[in-house]
Design a protein. Sequence first.
Length: 135
Amino acid sequence: MGFVTTAQGPARRRRGAAESLASIVLAFESVIAFLGGLVIYGLGVLPEGIPSWWGIVAGSVVAVLMILAGRFVRYPWGIAFGWVLQLVVALGAILVPALALVALIFGTMYGYATIKGAALDRRNAQIGSTPPDET
């Protein structure tokens, strides 16, 4: 990626399609993760001996981790961390089966964002490296 010069001040790093799309998906999913924690709390589905308010804590922690992961998807380990968080949401379906649908939808969107975004980045890099055709 390159840097973009702005009229307001110093140059900013240019973000690729994969980074932009993946961070958007994770940001939206963070809201759903928090709401999933509220559902776990409200339904009281945690095993005996675990207070139900831990559902809110777990949902909040996953939501914050998703927002943080959105900042690091520029690195390969950040993409992998996003996949780990998708797995965590899928495992939440053990407690609330409706979270399986959430995991399916957002997992598909995250996969599309990372795979198609990387393809777009490669195409844009190839177009950018090819000199314009002079006629």
